[in-house]
Unconditional design. Structure first.
Length: 115
């Protein structure tokens, strides 16, 4: 069974990045090839080129946070985030939760999530 993570906000995106880094580094010890394969299949999608793509969606009001996470993952060379697997506004909330809440900007992007 696959796991899809939803990384919300700066903290969620930073923790999510660390989680995928640890999972991609964890070999499960010597002679545990099956563990590594199962772990990779659960948390990543492998492209035809052999790249590991995290099964994750990144969400943040500020595009800079998401851009940093995507760049950091790609730079690792071990895994990356999927193209288009993120959502952000053009500007952040200025560290003010109320600015990202329903009253000002929170629901403007909701139509993008409705399937």
């Amino acid at each position: 069974m696959s796991v899809v993570s939803l990384q919300l906000g700066q903290c969620g995106n930073q923790i999510g990045h660390e989680l995928f880094s640890v999972i991609s580094d964890d070999s499960g010890g010597p002679n545990r090839k099956q563990y590594k394969q199962c772990s990779d299949e659960r948390f990543f999608h492998e492209t035809s080129a052999g790249e590991l793509v995290a099964r994750s969606v990144l969400v943040d009001m500020e595009p800079k946070v998401i851009s940093r996470a995507i760049a950091k993952a790609s730079k690792s060379g071990r895994w990356r985030y999927g193209d288009g697997a993120h959502f952000s506004q053009k500007q952040g909330s200025g560290n003010n939760w109320a600015n990202g809440n329903v009253a000002l900007r929170g629901w403007r992007g909701s139509e993008r999530f409705v399937c």
